[in-house]
Design a protein around this ligand. Structure first.
Ligand code: ME8
Length: 657
């Protein structure tokens, strides 16, 4: 098909807030969009896949201030810095065609024009806003929208806020939006429609406050200095400015708009299914064909959040298990429309069962057998036999069953169809028993047919796995002697495409088995590190409030002492036994529970401070005559201790006062 006749497909992810490093939850949606984009390309579509970053707003302004940098420097670091957003998408093999940053000049200028257009057509007007404001969500709420007095999105505190502001006539579009949601397939899954209608539209859509004066990090309203455009207006229009709407940077609007699908997380469905279509209606623009609200990856029943210390780092997982395994896991394990409970155990199980056992084994067993029985190249003479028909029938219909699921964004079900074929092929090996056939030369044509059927099954399954695991699938193609360039969508529906005399190249295991125990303990260690990093860097003991009179204080006899010998106390993990010169001519023995902080030999010769008039105490059968002074504090949750060491020129026995 010529390029201009190709059907187009425009898919977007939400544009991410670069307020902190991205976690596995963000990766989830981008991987799903990438799999969809690759699937559509495989089908022959001319795909535009857009992602980007949403860089304005009060939250960013505050974080930048706290970090002592400008908002632009702050977002630049998270977007383009080391292990930033761009690095992450590169690592995850995300094939986006375009990346938009809402601080890009062309976008900023376009947003100003868009705002002005809605002002000029009367849909944006000036008023004054009183309401409950949630700073992290940058959202105003009415009293009735609050949940137990808190923000209905994030559950955080809200505060009273009033400001002169511009409003968008959202109420004007309520019935058209309601119709769109209830009478078309604009919003999916359907469960989200009820949520929108019952919670937001039917209680009454109020006009939306679309400008702010309380901070400056945003797109300025060019006809009213002091106002910046509400970050959601700025953000939502990215889907069009990135194609060239109201700017000259790009010229793809006609080709790709309206979008085929916006993938968005469930908490931002409200913005995409109510506010976004209403604004497009205001400008008389075509509406996107679909908004799909996916579920969250949750941990321990709650959303991932840095403050809870349950943020899962995609860099760590990709490094430990491989990018493709991670991509596969995300889409194989959780139904896209619902929440999924993330756990490391689940990830390792999926890798070991689906990838190492089922797919990996099928590929390595088959290629090993073709090498062993035929020296790597199959003979052209083949003999059909029992069990072939059911395998061939199942695999020949796979592409269509897979397509039916992919078209509904049911990645998990699509992969399930593929894995049914992979499991069937493994069973086919047990049924046909190639090792038994190989014993008799007369069975060679039958053995060749069995091998060919296995290779064909692998080829078709691998083609359909390409959108999920692009690199690994290329490796599998190379091993089974398929030419990746010709493994097209059409070829996935045709049984018998591999040349009769195909040559395999057995290689390394594409999906090595994970040692679960080892991997889990490493991840646990990293998790503990993460938790420690959330603790205050330095904590000191609270100061005593009770006063002590001077005479009482002076009763403590503090002396300089020199360490003559120091050794661990037998059968004790903690205690060190000090032999000290206290200036009296007789050795003084003090026991101190500080072994975890010092090796005894480090301390010999040091000049320390001891309280020498405490009554002797027995520990582990040994008398301790006094106490050594030390300084203590906590660092990242870990107890720290430093013995007080004084200048070695101070003689033993000198009184400290
Ligand atoms: O919402 N599981 O940005 P964002 C699944 N800038 N998805 C998750 C998730 C999790 N644990 N955590 C976050 C914004 N997400 C706006 C979008 S679009 C015009 C503007 C998803 O960085 C979340 O649901 O807070 C959202 O779809 C996306 O990550 C970006 O979140």
């Amino acid at each position: 098909m010529c390029d201009t006749c190709k059907k187009t497909f425009y898919i977007t992810t939400p544009i991410y807030y670069p307020s902190a490093k991205l976690h596995i939850g963000h990766t989830y949606c981008t991987v799903a969009s990438d799999a969809m984009a690759r699937y559509k390309r495989l089908q022959g579509y001319d795909v535009m896949f857009l992602t980007g970053t949403d860089e304005h707003g009060q939250k960013i302004e505050e974080k930048a201030k706290a970090a002592g940098v400008t908002p632009q420097q702050f977002v630049d670091n998270i977007v383009t810095g080391e292990k930033g957003v761009l690095d992450l998408w590169k690592l995850m093999n995300i094939s986006n065609d375009r990346f938009i940053r809402t601080t890009d000049d062309y976008h900023v200028a376009a947003i100003q024009r868009i705002f002005r257009r809605m002002y000029e057509n009367g849909d944006i007007y000036k008023g004054s806003y009183k309401g409950k404001y949630c700073t992290p969500c940058e959202s105003f709420w009415t009293e009735s929208q609050l949940k137990d007095g808190k923000c209905p999105d994030c559950g955080g505190e809200v505060h009273d806020a009033e400001e002169e502001a511009y409003f968008f006539r959202l109420s004007k579009y309520a019935s058209r939006v309601r119709k769109l949601l209830t009478e078309t397939d604009f919003l999916e899954p359907k469960s989200r429609v009820n949520e929108m209608v019952n919670n937001f539209i039917d209680p009454g859509l109020e006009d939306l406050c679309v400008s702010r004066t309380s901070f400056t990090w945003g797109v300025p309203v060019d006809f009213d200095p002091g106002h910046v455009v509400y970050v959601w207006i700025d953000a939502l229009f990215n889907y069009m400015t990135a194609l060239g709407f109201e700017n000259d940077r790009y010229h793809d609007l006609e080709k790709y708009w309206p979008a085929d699908v916006h993938f968005v997380g469930k908490e931002i469905v409200r913005f995409h299914s109510i506010i976004w279509p209403a604004m497009l209606m205001s400008l008389d623009l075509p509406l996107p064909k679909k908004v799909y609200g996916h579920g969250w990856l949750v941990m321990d029943g709650g959303k991932m959040s840095k403050s809870k210390g349950n943020v899962v780092d995609p860099y760590v997982l990709a490094e430990m298990f491989g990018v493709d395994a991670l991509r596969f896991f995300l889409l194989r394990t959780f139904p896209f429309g619902s929440d999924g409970s993330f756990s490391n155990e689940l990830l390792i199980n999926t890798i070991n069962i689906d990838l190492a056992n089922d797919l990996g084994n099928l590929v390595s067993r088959t290629t090993a057998m073709v090498e062993k029985y035929f020296g790597g190249t199959l003979p052209e003479t083949r003999a059909a036999g029992e069990f072939d028909e059911s395998l061939i029938a199942l695999v020949s219909g796979l592409r269509d069953r897979y397509e039916a699921q992919m078209e509904k964004f049911q990645f998990q079900n699509a992969l399930d169809e593929v894995f049914k074929c992979i499991q069937r092929a493994n069973k086919y090996i047990d049924e046909t028993m190639p090792w038994a056939l190989a014993k008799d030369e007369a069975n060679k044509p039958r053995l060749a047919a069995v091998m060919y059927n296995l290779l064909e099954t692998i080829r078709i399954c691998t083609t359909l796995l390409l959108p999920f695991m692009p690199d690994s699938c290329e490796k599998i193609f190379a091993q089974i002697g398929a030419n990746a360039d010709v493994e097209t969508w059409d070829a996935a529906a045709v049984w018998g495409r591999l040349p009769a005399a195909v040559t395999v190249h057995k290689g390394e295991a594409v999906f090595p088995r994970v040692d679960a125990e080892k991997a889990l303990s490493k991840l646990e260690e990293l998790h503990q590190q993460q938790l420690r990093s959330l603790l205050p860097a330095l904590e000191i003991e609270p100061y005593a409030t009770e006063k002590v009179d001077f005479d009482t204080f002076c009763k403590s006899d503090l002396r300089a002492v020199k360490v003559k010998a120091c050794e661990p106390v037998k059968k004790s993990d903690k205690l060190l036994r000090f032999t000290l010169d206290d200036g009296t001519g007789a050795d003084r023995q003090i026991l101190s529970g500080i072994h975890k902080f010092y090796e005894p030999e480090q301390l010999v010769g040091k000049t320390l401070v001891a309280i020498v008039n405490l009554p002797p105490r027995k520990m582990m059968g040994l008398a301790s005559c006094g106490m050594l002074l030390s300084a203590v504090h906590t660092e990242k949750g870990e107890e720290k201790l430093h013995l007080i060491m004084i200048d070695d020129s101070i003689p033993a026995g000198a009184k400290l006062c």
